[in-house]
Design a protein around this ligand. Structure first.
Ligand SMILES: NC(=O)c1ccc[n+]([C@@H]2O[C@H](COP(=O)([O-])OP(=O)(O)OC[C@H]3O[C@@H](n4cnc5c(N)ncnc54)[C@H](O)[C@@H]3O)[C@@H](O)[C@H]2O)c1
Length: 412
């Protein structure tokens, strides 16, 4: 029986989905270092990890026969995606299963900062009764500036408007403004009008250090600032200075340039101990609901890849959205180097061996090509072997419709 190894405790709902796809699921609670992982992958077809285990070129070179990797999280920096693609190993993640959780934390923090909630809370815990409206505002009618109008930014836009906020945003890509949100032509325009500025851009290399002195100085006096996206985007030493001189009235920060690897490891930041600054340990997406959503999402992607060859939302292979065929006897999923003439050669090979093609779909992504072919006739073993032997073949997988298990369903 094929085996799936799940590390770092993805949600248990993943198990029955993978079992249903024909896998014996084996779990290991913690992350693994490289050597331990190489050993543990012996006889494993599917690997599931979260953010701590690193799947390096060396790991992949030791196990080129892995079928797919599921990152039960959002980021995929911990996986060498190109090395996986070069071996025809599909990688899936859960790009928006925790979006709502991040949005809800941002909303809570926008209100908390605007009411100076943590300042009052801290005073009262310290035995100081300080009942005052000074510096406290309703969020209704105030302007929220969203930088990065993607999955999180757009959903925050909708929820903030429901609270009566005016929403402006800036995104480097062309984006549809939802509800009454207003698209601004530049980051500076957003900063000039916003009472609260919140960062939701992605972690592309060009964004490193995008928010520093110049941007803080373009913000309205007394505005507040949130970063729940990536730590390396922001110069927190400038933020500290601006909080201390009162030009920024508060901040909520969930992500840091360097974060402890595990619970209990020491943490330090120039933002510690500042008034009206909320610090959270990268928990924007950490809710029970998000974990459950991620478990379902990634396990289903893996299952659809194994059963139907669907690479919908794969992060390293060309994306083809496919359902299992109820007509074809065989489905041949073929990952190859994207060079001219490969498809013609595959089809010629099938034709020479009398295999009749019922349907075919091709996708390419840079140096990788992925073609899925449905065969309605016999599929002689020699045809599979001939394609497998082709110079540009990276991976060949044959899915067999029940009742036609006489073909070779092995891996290249
Ligand atoms: N704190 C957490 O626990 C947590 C959880 C999930 C996601 N995140 C982070 O939140 C961020 C947003 O996630 P998402 O799912 O909405 O991403 P996304 O890819 O859907 O959206 C990012 C948006 O930012 C835009 N963008 C990129 N660079 C920009 C720039 N310099 N200026 C303006 N716009 C820019 C992109 O065009 C895109 O629309 C990511 O960095 C992600 O890693 C954090």
């Amino acid at each position: 029986m094929a085996r799936a190894l799940l590390l770092e405790n993805p949600h248990p709902d993943a198990d029955p989905i993978l079992a249903d796809a024909g896998f014996e699921v084996v779990r290991h609670a913690g992350a693994m270092e490289e050597d331990e992982l190489i050993e543990a992958l012996e006889g494993v077809d599917l690997l599931g990890i979260r953010s701590t285990t690193h799947v390096t070129e060396r790991v992949l070179a030791a196990h080129p026969g892995l079928t797919a990797i599921g990152a039960f999280c959002i980021g995929t920096n911990q996986i060498d995606l190109r090395a996986a693609a070069r071996r025809g190993i599909a990688v899936f993640n859960a790009p928006f299963s925790n979006t709502r959780s991040v949005v809800e934390l941002a909303v809570a923090e926008i209100i908390a900062l605007t009411r100076r909630l943590t300042v009052r809370d801290k005073a009262l815990h310290g035995g100081v009764w300080d009942k005052t409206a000074s510096g406290s505002h309703e969020v209704r009618g105030r302007t929220l500036g969203i930088v990065g109008y993607g999955n999180i930014g757009t959903q925050l836009s909708v929820v903030a408007e429901a609270l009566g906020m005016r929403v402006v945003f800036f995104d480097t890509a062309e984006k549809l403004a939802l509800g009454n949100a207003h698209r601004m032509g530049s980051l500076a325009e957003v900063l000039a009008v916003s009472d609260v500025v919140t960062l939701h851009v992605d972690g592309r290399a060009g964004n490193a250090g995008m928010f520093g002195r110049e941007q803080f100085e373009q913000m309205k006096h007394g505005a507040s600032f949130l970063n729940l996206s990536r730590g390396f985007l922001v110069d927190y030493s400038v933020l500290r200075e601006k909080i201390l001189d009162g030009s920024i009235s508060g901040a909520a920060v969930d992500v840091f340039p360097s974060e402890p690897r595990k619970n209990g490891d020491p943490f330090d930041s120039e933002l510690r101990g500042l008034p009206n600054v909320i610090l959270t340990p990268h928990v924007g997406g950490s809710t029970q609901e998000a974990q459950e959503n991620i478990g379902h999402f990634v396990a289903n992607k893996l299952s659809k890849y194994v059963r139907a060859g669907s690479t919908d939302l794969s992060v390293n292979l060309p994306r083809l959205t496919l359902q299992p065929s109820d007509a074809a006897r065989y489905r041949v999923a073929f990952v190859h180097r994207n060079t001219p003439g490969v498809l013609a050669l595959v089809n010629q090979t099938f034709a020479e061996h009398g295999a009749n093609i019922e349907g075919q779909i091709l996708g390419t992504l840079g140096e990788i090509g992925y073609v899925v072919t449905d065969i309605g006739s016999e599929l002689p073993r020699e045809a599979i072997e001939a394609v497998r032997e082709m110079e540009d073949t990276l991976r060949l997988r044959v899915m067999v419709r029940p009742g036609y298990e006489d073909a070779d369903g092995g891996e290249a």
